[in-house]
Design a protein around this ligand. Structure first.
Ligand code: NAP
Length: 263
């Protein structure tokens, strides 16, 4: 069954790429009761110009929030800002989209330094970990508000979606490794998958759904020009998948078309 995405929705890394398109389609497709908290590192900077234009196209629907996923103080300030704006309401959907991939692809062993491993882990794993931990009270509040739904979980009730990748799959490594080694990136996303699984186990008692989604190979700064998918098609697919997720999908890794990816 598919449920319309509604309520308070927060997305990280929204000034470009998939994050920007997520905000655009969420603003287009959700109804009047939805509000989008679009996070980025510099909401007032030149890198957020497209996001500010989008905000102006949908008056009252999108609020820009400063959030750097590699900075705990920044996450804490974002939690405070969102809590204040939401008031008695909760957070229905949190999408951990922001991520980095360094060094540039194909990132073989010889080109990957200790700092790349550490920086990528901090942004792609520690960030989503802290964000989940610190936004938990707001997610719990929205899950509690729909007590009448019993233990039914969904992205419209209360959920965390971590944007992962097919190259995080350990089982698929023999087929994906020759295309892109990406030591730092793929190990960080494998850790993000385990974080997803742990949070799913931990938060199911609160009826908060946690899952990971692979967006496909998408034409963005990260995905490059050769990528076959547009951000529009990837996000259209992912939002449709999100609106169909239920208890059976909690703790799973699926792709933008809803297919399960093996760990
Ligand atoms: N594109 C693909 O083919 C593909 C495939 C599989 C998975 N993914 C995943 O999809 C997601 C989006 O990727 P994308 O292709 O849209 O990448 P992108 O074009 O490189 O955009 C990355 C976004 O993350 C933000 N970001 C990076 N570090 C951040 C930090 N510390 N704090 C806050 N924001 C930060 C960037 O903001 P700044 O402008 O401030 O740097 C930017 O908005 C990522 O999780 C990625 O791993 C992408």
């Amino acid at each position: 069954m598919s449920e319309k995405l509604e309520g308070n929705i927060l997305v990280t890394g929204t000034n470009r790429g998939i994050g920007l398109e997520l905000v655009k389609q969420l603003a287009e497709k959700t109804g009047e009761v939805a509000h989008i908290y679009a996070c980025c590192r510099e909401p007032a900077g030149t890198s957020a110009e497209a996001l500010r234009d989008l905000t102006n196209q949908y008056p009252g629907k999108i609020t820009l929030i400063k959030l750097d996923t590699s900075d705990e103080d920044s996450i804490s300030a974002a939690v405070q800002a969102v809590s204040k704006l939401i008031g008695a309401g909760g957070l229905n959907l949190l999408i951990n989209n922001a991520a980095i991939n360094q060094p540039a692809s194909p990132a073989p062993l010889s080109a990957t330094r200790k700092n790349d491993m550490m920086d990528v882990y901090e942004t792609n794993v520690v960030g989503p970990f802290l964000i989940a931990k610190m936004f938990l009270p707001l997610l719990q509040r929205s899950a509690e508000r729909e007590k009448n739904k019993g233990d039914e979980m969904s992205c419209s009730r209360s959920a965390i979606i971590n944007i992962s990748t097919i190259i995080s799959s350990i089982e698929k490594c023999p087929e994906t490794f020759p295309i892109a080694q990406m030591y730092s990136y793929r190990t960080s996303k494998a850790a993000l998958n385990m974080l997803t699984r742990c949070l799913a186990e931990d938060f199911k008692i609160h009826n908060i759904l946690v899952a990971a989604i692979h967006p496909g190979w998408v034409r963005t700064d990260m995905g490059g020009e050769q990528a076959p998918l547009t951000t529009q098609d990837s996000v259209l697919g992912m939002l449709s998948v999100m609106s169909s997720l239920s208890n059976k999908d909690c703790g799973m890794l699926v792709d933008w078309q809803g297919n399960t990816i093996p760990w």
